[in-house]
Write a protein that binds this ligand. Structure first.
Ligand SMILES: Cc1cc2nc3c(=O)[nH]c(=O)nc-3n(C[C@H](O)[C@H](O)[C@H](O)COP(=O)(O)O)c2cc1C
Length: 466
């Protein structure tokens, strides 16, 4: 029997996502901007037993370093338009009661205080079910232009800035208020105990703060923390702060190496190796025979235009493959945007295919592991991959780029088989996001986490704001 996997639905608040298949007959994303569209979708995956619903975020859209936007961006809705994911979350929380809600917010675009306050508010509204996917943001070229930034912040410096951002957020969440600060004593006219509400001071290279945190502590205090980038700087960041990490390898052997790298970094950071839940992107196409499933899968990949997938890659990796010579290789190509995504284009032995080959393979490699077959053959392969790699779960791609249909075959045919084999729990996980996603015994940060030092009753010390 394998381990019980964590399952998430991979979405973004837009009409065409990673598979670029909005035009498929079974896709229906016309109403993506409406609440019923999302309530139906999240309701369906929750009912099926998924553990979490994840909304990615794009601030900006594919643009090259010269400011050119590929025509496919608007024509084929590639990361465009994109609505605000943080705004959607409370509406989902109010109507879908169990599932954990993971939302991206960018340390490049947000301010630490507003981010902390937003996530505390969301944690209250969702009764402890919110998680933060910490990103430094893709679409860096567009981001600079539309946010009015001076220039693209270099890759590793973005992570250094994110580090400070998170430190300040942790101080606000863990150190701003003591547990018993709320008195609500009408007779004495004391709502909050001033001795238990602490002024936070933070004097960093990128951020300063001097004041109170304006939101009362929520069930989790700190939302469950995700991160999604496995460059060297990304792994170091994940090892320090993340409780869950998204990976996107499309090859099981390479995923195994990624997991080894992540778990080694976690141990080096002084944490138990299984304290980081590693969740890889995965796409499932199921049919009554392996041959039929392969046919359907190929049809999906073939339906994607080269322009749209190249534009998606430009936005996420920062490299415009369509502007390069298709006979050339990636040997002299580097990026300051998505380093993992670029590295994943190399062959398993580290050699580079031609750019033309990279472009041909993009539809089949962007969504992580591809499982194609009957429910039984898929479950066999899932078992093999999980045993080989030691991953903890899957972030499941919507194979039609949106709408409930993109998960239905997986829900109806594959999940029962995975459950039968003990790869999914019999009963859905419940509780706070932290309990659902990490199996922790309570809703708040685990003891190994650096945020714990800011607690006022912490054995490891006091907040710098006390
Ligand atoms: C599953 C997954 C989800 C991601 N979600 C977002 C997102 O919502 N917004 C974003 O700007 N970047 C997102 N990213 C990109 C990463 O945060 C990161 O910027 C990217 O992988 C580059 O980091 P690296 O250079 O460390 O690899 C996501 C990546 C993965 C694998």
């Amino acid at each position: 029997m394998g381990k019980e996997l964590i399952l998430g639905a991979f979405e973004e608040f837009l009409p065409n996502f990673i598979s670029n298949t909005w035009h498929h007959p079974r896709s229906n994303t016309r109403d993506f901007a409406t609440l019923p569209y999302w309530q139906r979708l999240v309701g369906a995956v929750e009912k099926a037993g998924f553990d979490f619903f994840f909304l990615a975020e794009a601030i900006g859209y594919p643009m090259d370093s010269e400011g050119r936007v590929p025509s496919a961006v608007v024509r084929e809705a590639v990361q465009f338009p994109t609505h605000d994911p943080l705004t959607l979350m409370p509406a989902i929380a109010a109507t879908v009661p169990r599932i954990a809600l993971v939302c991206t917010a960018s340390t490049t675009a947000q301010t630490p205080l507003l981010n902390a306050r937003t996530f505390t508010t969301l944690d209250h509204i969702s009764e402890g079910r919110i998680s933060w996917n910490i990103v430094t943001s893709d679409h860096q070229h567009a981001l600079v232009k539309i946010l009015g930034l001076r220039d693209v912040t270099p890759h590793d410096e973005r992570y250094a800035r994110a580090d400070e951002f998170v430190q300040l957020n942790l101080q606000l969440w863990e150190g701003g208020w003591e547990d018993d600060a709320i008195k609500y004593d009408k007779e004495a006219k004391v709502f909050f105990d001033p001795d238990k509400v602490h002024r936070i001071f933070f004097d960093g290279k990128y951020f300063n703060f001097d004041g109170f945190f304006q939101a009362i502590p929520s069930l989790q205090r700190t939302p469950t923390l995700f991160q999604a980038g496995t460059s060297k700087a990304g792994v170091a960041f994940a090892a320090k702060y993340a409780e869950c990490v998204f990976t996107q390898d499309h090859d099981a052997d390479r995923l195994k190496d990624t997991v080894i790298r992540l778990r080694a970094a976690v141990v080096e950071a002084g944490r138990p190796s299984d304290s980081l839940k590693i969740i890889n992107c995965a796409s499932f196409v199921v049919a009554s025979s392996d041959v039929e499933a392969t046919r359907v899968r190929q049809e999906l990949w073939d339906s994607v235009t080269r322009e749209s997938v190249a534009a998606l890659f430009l936005g996420w990796a920062g490299v415009d493959l369509s502007a390069l010579d298709p006979e050339d290789t990636l040997d002299n190509v580097s990026t300051d945007v998505g380093q993992t995504l670029l590295a994943l284009r190399l062959n398993a032995d580290g050699s580079s295919p031609t750019i033309g080959e990279v472009l041909d393979r993009l539809p089949s490699t962007m969504a992580g592991l591809s499982f194609t077959g009957t429910p039984q053959s898929i479950a066999d392969e899932v078992e093999r991959v999980v045993n080989l790699t030691d991953i903890d779960g899957f972030l499941v791609e919507n194979i039609y780029s949106g709408g409930v249909e993109g998960y239905l075959d997986f829900i109806e045919q594959v999940m029962p088989e995975l459950r039968r084999r003990g790869l999914l729990p019999n009963e859905p996980r419940t509780g706070s996001a932290r309990e659902i996603l990490t199996g922790s015994q309570g809703p708040q940060l685990p003891e190994w986490h650096p945020g714990v030092q800011y607690r006022h009753n912490a054995s490891r010390g006091q907040s710098s704001g006390s």
